[in-house]
Write a protein that binds this ligand. Sequence first.
Ligand SMILES: [Zn+2]
Ligand SMILES: [Zn+2]
Ligand SMILES: [Zn+2]
Length: 259
Amino acid sequence: MTQDSLTFLGTGTSYGIPQIACRCSVCNSDDPRNTRSRCSAVLKAQGQNLLIDVTPDFRSQALREQLVHVDGVFITHVHADHVFGLDDLRPLNLNRDVPTPVFADAESCIQLRTIFSYIFCTEERRPGIPWLVLREIKAGQSFQLGGASFMPFSVEHGRWPCFGLRYKDFAYITDAKRIPRRSQAVLSGLKRLCLDLLRDEPHPTHMSRAESLAAVQELGGPETWFIHMGHEVDHTPFERALPENCHLAYDGLKIEVNP
Ligand SMILES: [Zn+2]
Ligand SMILES: [Zn+2]
Ligand SMILES: [Zn+2]
């Protein structure tokens, strides 16, 4: 059986790093790990490729990683930086005889039907249109893809709900300010984690370094890779100051999720 893994397609915050027209040192850095496309990942679970979010950078991310197959898509929330690459899934499902499921909560399904009405107005296959179907998920109720089982849970992204995903002893949490207690219960015994860390300064809808590190502690100190970083985060010095079990993810990094 192939090893379960996660490939970081993108690790940057909503504007992407470098930010357009920014003259800061991180946006003009020579370190390739300071170039961060919008936040997304491919979770390979029991041979199934589950794409987590589809960013406006999806086309270049898929070309870079030579991604040729997606079995399902998980949408964490409907912000532009997490869904606006959906149309670029078109070439990935041309040879399938079933549509690709897009797993999202009820509110996200409504928003996706509005934004991408030409995709989701029918479940029939049509030329020139990605063949995708919405599959509604609920926090605390597992869903299946092939033989793999995933547990979605909700986190607070300011006033917006956002969904995290647990697979075995691994969890992926992007765009979070707080992990509510009911979701912390779903996360017991976690060994590996990906978690939002925007920057040092507090922010109304994302975790700061102090908040992210506190959340890792509360979850029992799993080995953690931080994601959704802003241009305040300079990879090498920032990572050097992190505890031993914490790392900064970067675009193209691949990790084992259940070693
Ligand atoms: Zn985001
Ligand atoms: Zn900058
Ligand atoms: Zn967001």
